[in-house]
Design a protein around this ligand. Structure first.
Ligand code: SAH
Length: 236
């Protein structure tokens, strides 16, 4: 692979990884868009990390910023593979644990309530495919796989849970399906790498659980990404 491009929402998620590879910020590359490019090289592969950027002093999490970043990244950097790396909620009932890293096997939306016929439902849910090599990668590195389910909120309403359960969602985030949607438009392969900060069925308050576990989940995310980069640069 010549170019691998990460799309990351939060500085906390990207920083351990950026520090590890010593990749450098390219000022104003996407200006006037808010996304930020960090660029470097690993084993002859160009490694790009695109952060969604910040506004009002906070990271631009969510689908809109992720779609903008992914569109700009694909058009300007022409990567061979997009990797959406970040944190997520997961479910204790599916055996998930805090700071465990999963590889996504599909991506869907869970909070797009659009009345209409089956075509509207199909479009709303999304159900985007991932890079076909994802399963072999997960198997080789001993990582679990799960379906990423994306919405615009950190909390989970009962109607969200119903859609998640009906459609087999396992890893709840705020960007995965948006990145996968843009990748599908450009026929770019996407790998989803998600580290668990909170368990949606733990009974705990999600923001409190997320905040408590964020740095630990970002460390395991960095470690997983090191193994993934190693795998991608050496075996492909
Ligand atoms: N106010 C928080 C903002 C984090 S939003 C803060 O102070 O840091 C949560 C981010 O983590 C999103 O980028 C999302 O993709 C991910 N995430 C982690 N757990 C999640 C969950 N249970 N539901 C939705 N997104 C989650």
């Amino acid at each position: 692979m010549k170019t691998i491009c990460y799309i990351v929402a939060m500085v906390a998620e990207a920083k351990p990884f950026i520090d590890r590879y010593g990749i450098k910020k390219v000022d104003n590359f996407f200006s006037p868009l808010p996304c930020q490019l960090y660029e470097g090289e690993v084993e002859g592969t160009r490694l790009c990390v695109v952060l969604n950027g910040q506004m009002h002093g906070s990271d631009l999490v969510g689908c809109e910023a992720a779609s903008v970043s992914t569109t700009a990244a694909i058009q300007r950097l022409d990567p061979d593979l997009i990797i959406n790396s970040g944190t997520c909620g997961a479910f204790r009932k599916h055996g998930a644990e805090i700071a465990e890293v999963y590889i996504g096997n599909k991506a869907m939306f869970h909070d797009r309530r659009v009345p209409g016929d089956d075509n509207w439902q199909t479009q709303s849910i999304g159900n985007y495919n991932v890079w076909p090599g994802s399963e072999t990668l997960a198997h080789s590195l001993g990582m679990k796989m799960g379906k990423v389910t994306t919405g615009s909120s950190l909390d989970m309403q009962p109607c969200d849970l119903e859609v998640i359960e009906t459609n087999g969602g396992q890893l709840k985030d705020m960007e995965g399906a948006a990145v996968a949607f843009v990748c599908s438009l450009f026929s770019k392969p996407i790998l989803l790498v998600k580290s668990v900060t909170d368990l949606c069925d733990s009974g705990a308050e999600t923001y409190e659980e997320f905040s408590r576990n964020l740095s630990r989940a970002c460390e395991t995310l960095k470690a997983a990404n090191e193994r993934i980069i190693d795998y991608l640069t050496k075996s492909l």
